[in-house]
Design a protein around this ligand. Sequence first.
Ligand SMILES: [Zn+2]
Ligand SMILES: [Zn+2]
Length: 328
Amino acid sequence: MTRALFVLIALLLTACSQNKSTSNLSKNSLEITENSIISLYDAFGENKEGLIKDFGFSCLIKYNGKTILFDGGTNADIFKNNVKTLKIDLKTVDFVVASHAHFDHINGFDYLLKVNPKVKIYFPFDLFWGANIPFDISGKDSTVVSTLEKRMQYFNGNFKDYHFNQTGRFWNANIEFIKENTEIEPGVKLITTTSEYMGYFNKYPSIDSYENCETHSAKFNGLKEISLSLQSEEGEVVIVGCSHSTVEKIISETKNYTHTNIGLVYGGYHLLPYDKDALVDLTKRLKNDLEVKKVAPAHCTGHLAFKMLLDEYKENYMFAGLGEVTKF
Ligand SMILES: [Zn+2]
Ligand SMILES: [Zn+2]
């Protein structure tokens, strides 16, 4: 009897100590379960030991058995620090999405590629960062070339069908440039948009051209962007980088392509430049016209839009600060 009691107490003690060690484990290591997003790089959030805040954007997503990295932040050292602090093994990343070619979204890839050099990266079809496109180098007066000595002609005159064959920003990386909306895995879609406000001129524009951007003669290549849309029970979960194409355009394009409602929009809404009047309209349009169920604004969304989206969405506003896990 006494021996049975002793065994029972011993068993209870063992169970208690196991529970204790399990709870300690979950406290120290981050649980990133299926259908969740963790912020790896941002300038706001709870103060969490070891994490460094900085302006830029990166997050890691677990979806359908896949680990997806979206963007890489501004500074590769800070990105490395945050990844290590959160005990994330970048070797386990299945593929990467680069939202657009701005420094605050891609510089961390220099560290990623040291750890996982051959990981697939989906990149917008952006000439200035690696896309190989045909390029007309004949110029405006096709008759003049024959008047020049061969050594003054591009490729000694053999420039027909020339196209760039550049190594791009990430030499030897496994990059696929995405031109149009694409489903890359079941339920995983890349949404392509172009910013009408940012990009590259390839001819000096006149003063007048700036004012009449739609009609000017200087050719303007809008900035190419990719957003990531994941099918979920609550609708599409859309992850945006900096929304230079405008968050509304990205949402509309996602709805057109997926024929599904929007469950959540996570990431940079790029609303920093806008005042209160503009944001009143926008927050209402997001909720009522575009029927976005939940918002998780981050990065370039801005303090004013954080506040206004919070007031509008209340319990459907998901806090997505640095190191935070957002489930969907
Ligand atoms: Zn940007
Ligand atoms: Zn940005």
